[in-house]
Design a protein around this ligand. Structure first.
Ligand code: ADP
Ligand code: MG
Length: 385
């Protein structure tokens, strides 16, 4: 990390005339269980991972905010603090611009500043590089303005940026965990009221492997937004505010369409699995947690229809391997990443077997890496932290 920061400061000095005023970081995430439940007011159980977006910032001039990223070299952007902040091109800058617009709306006086980002969260890989970019932006802008904002409110501002400026109608999970993650803990988040409980997730006998499929399939039927709408129409027909308020019995006799029933069945069962998963983790009962992971995957595959053959292959293969407790897709789906919970001493064998099998089946390798529950966003202003 120290090396990454030193390199970023060097690049900052090459790009901008200003001195460095601060460095911030915000992590990506994997969700252990509780998928596609956040926008149904349900529960989620993510961890912040040990990969993050860093931002180095310094004072700017002429009422301007300059934005640059090592992942978008040559595609620099800026906006004027005296004009209304609007989305535009380059596309990547819409995330930081959206955050700035949200902060202004909350009465934060953003300072003229220069920002340079660098991320080691895989971009577009389902580990939420977008939320980590938003949270890093917010922390840099708050640092420069010498302001603080309540954690959950900050997550909401970042979520709104993703909705309004990037056009992704995401839930609150990604931004919340990037702000509130704690090292060695998973975060049980109640997406109805923002209540959080930190659940120990630091057993040295365990390993959590992330398997990046390296694929992102096009969403042929409007994917995410379509499912969101099916959930809302199912809730309306069931006479409840959100699917959080439904239960399995209510689904037994309804006039839901086939698709609405499938989506609702996933959400209702996934919320129950998430709460059972918390009990299992608290008891150190990883066998039970693993079974819940497999059940979650099956439900996402068959009822929510957001898996794909690459993810299914990884999960099916993991189930055959020694030392594996459970596996499932994580994130929105249609590609991206799977996670495998396993006994730590078996990590290398599992990674090797998964990669070999995947390459033989699909003709290109997946990427496997171990991760752990890391801390949430952090800022450091000129030596003070
Ligand atoms: P995910 O959040 O799963 O990584 P998304 O499609 O939600 O995938 O977000 C990826 C987009 O976020 C990128 O296409 C880019 O516009 C933006 N982004 C994320 N990280 C960076 C970064 N470090 N620099 C520039 N843009 C980034
Ligand atoms: Mg994203």
């Amino acid at each position: 990390m120290t090396e990454r920061i030193a390199n970023l400061k060097k690049r900052f000095a090459e790009l901008y005339a200003s001195p460095v005023a601060g460095v911030v970081s915000a992590p990506g995430r994997v969700n252990l269980i509780g998928e596609h439940t956040d926008y149904n007011d349900g529960f989620v159980l993510p961890i912040a991972i040990d990969r993050c977006t860093l931002a180095v910032y310094g004072p700017g001039e002429n009422r301007r905010v300059n934005l640059a990223s090592l992942q978008q070299e040559g595609d620099n952007a800026w906006f004027d603090l005296d004009a209304t902040i609007e989305k535009g091109s380059p596309k990547w800058a819409n995330y930081p611009k959206g955050v700035a617009a949200g902060l202004v709306e909350k009465g934060v006086e953003i300072a003229p500043m220069n920002i340079l980002f660098d991320s080691d969260v895989p971009i577009g890989g389902g580990l939420s590089s977008s939320a980590s970019l938003e949270v890093a932006t917010a922390l840099a802008m708050l640092g420069a303005a010498d302001r603080e904002i309540d954690d959950y409110e900050l997550a909401l501002i970042c979520q709104k940026a993703e909705h309004d400026f990037a056009g992704t109608p995401c839930g609150i999970m990604d931004q919340a965990i990037s702000v509130m993650g704690q090292a060695g803990k998973a975060l049980l988040l109640d997406c109805r009221d923002g209540a959080v409980t930190h659940i120990p997730f630091d057993d040295p006998g365990l390993v959590l492997l992330v398997v990046d499929t390296k694929v992102k399939h096009d969403l042929t039927d409007g994917g995410y937004a379509a499912r969101r709408d099916q959930c809302y129409s199912a809730a309306a027909k069931l006479g409840v505010k959100m699917l959080r308020d439904a239960d399995a019995d209510m689904l037994a006799s309804t006039d839901l369409s086939d698709k609405e029933l499938m989506r609702a069945r996933h959400v209702v069962s996934e919320i129950a699995r998430t709460l059972q998963g918390v009990d299992a983790l608290n008891d150190g009962d990883y066998a039970t947690f693993g079974k819940l992971m497999y059940a979650s995957h099956k439900s996402l595959r068959d009822d929510y229809e957001v898996s794909c053959e690459e993810l299914d292959e990884i999960v099916a293969q993991a189930a055959q391997l020694e030392g594996v407790y459970g596996a499932r897709m994580t994130g929105g789906g249609f590609g991206g990443c799977a996670i495998i919970l396993a006994q730590a001493p078996q990590a290398d064998n599992i990674a090797e077997a998964i990669t070999k099998n995947y390459t033989a089946r699909f003709g290109f390798p997946c990427v496997v890496f171990a991760t752990r529950a890391a801390g949430g966003g952090q800022s450091e202003t000129n030596g003070r932290s």
